[in-house]
Design a protein around this ligand. Structure first.
Ligand SMILES: [Zn+2]
Length: 270
């Protein structure tokens, strides 16, 4: 099986939430905004979807892969809409665009060369870069896993978490990276929750999921809300062992309730 290009890429252009210079680190334990640490989304229970159509991609043409992603996106909407509403938020669907070359407009600037996928919170659009490489390996569970991760960012948008991040602007870089990792690992966990909920309806082998877990989840994407800076993927998305931890937690919980990275010890979000 192909090793996901982005999962192994050491240096990804990842968005860091805020511009800002380093200040002296505080010694007090971090406390996160209620919108992050006490979101009502954590109390909405297991997803109720259970089944998702996972059509086989045979030719790997762009149209076919786009169609596949649209089908999975329907599942993601059906799974999460009731939970977002149950948590007391208004729901709207994200849009999805597929591109074949970097540079396309995303609503959050031109698509950067280094990313596999991107979620723009300003227009609630997921942009997916389908490289020739990816379309060649159309059977990979990676397509579904990456889309589910981007959808995790949409859940964060719908529940006011993106907005809450602004309050960490101007803090030390270490603190900002901590916040960003918690944010990204949460999106991984939410992806895991979806996959876990529909797993038995997917025509997949256990080894495919194990491979995703072992190889750094959906890889390094961009969740753009602020200033983009060059940064290391692990610093912004967490160590492989922690990505695996949160994917598995989500998978087992089948619920956002397992995905509160904001109350997790630092060692789980490093
Ligand atoms: Zn992400």
């Amino acid at each position: 099986m192909r090793i996901p290009r982005l999962a192994l890429m050491a240096g990804a252009l990842a968005s860091v939430l805020f511009a800002g210079t380093a200040h002296a680190a505080t010694v007090s334990a971090p406390a996160y905004k209620p919108a992050l640490a006490k979101s009502p989304i954590y109390k909405t229970g297991k997803l109720d979807l259970g089944t998702c159509d996972d059509p086989e991609v045979t030719t790997g043409t762009l149209e076919e892969v786009k169609g596949y992603l649209d089908t999975v996106l329907d599942c993601l909407n059906a799974a999460w809409e009731p939970k977002i509403k149950k948590a007391g938020f208004a729901f709207s669907k994200p849009s999805l665009q597929v591109i074949t070359k970097p540079g396309a407009p995303t609503g959050c600037g031109a698509y950067p060369a280094e990313a596999q996928a991107l979620y723009c919170s300003l227009n609630k659009k997921i942009t997916f870069l389908l490289s020739a490489n990816l379309v060649d390996e159309q059977s990979d569970l990676m397509l579904l896993a990456v889309l589910a991760h981007e959808y995790g960012h949409h859940i964060q948008q719908q529940t006011g978490m993106f907005k809450a991040l602004n309050s960490y602007s101007g803090m030390s870089q270490a603190r900002q990276l901590d916040v960003l990792r918690r944010f990204e690992l949460q999106a991984e966990c939410l992806a895991g929750a979806f996959v876990g909920n529909v797993w038995h309806s997917l025509n997949r082998r256990q080894t495919e999921w194990d491979y995703i877990v072992k190889n750094g989840g959906s890889g390094f994407d961009l969740s753009v809300i602020g200033v983009k800076v060059e940064s290391w993927g692990e610093m912004t998305h967490g160590k492989a062992a922690n990505v695996a931890r949160w994917l598995k937690r989500g998978f087992a919980a089948e619920s956002a309730g397992g995905c509160n990275t904001w109350t997790a010890p630092k060692s789980h979000v490093s």
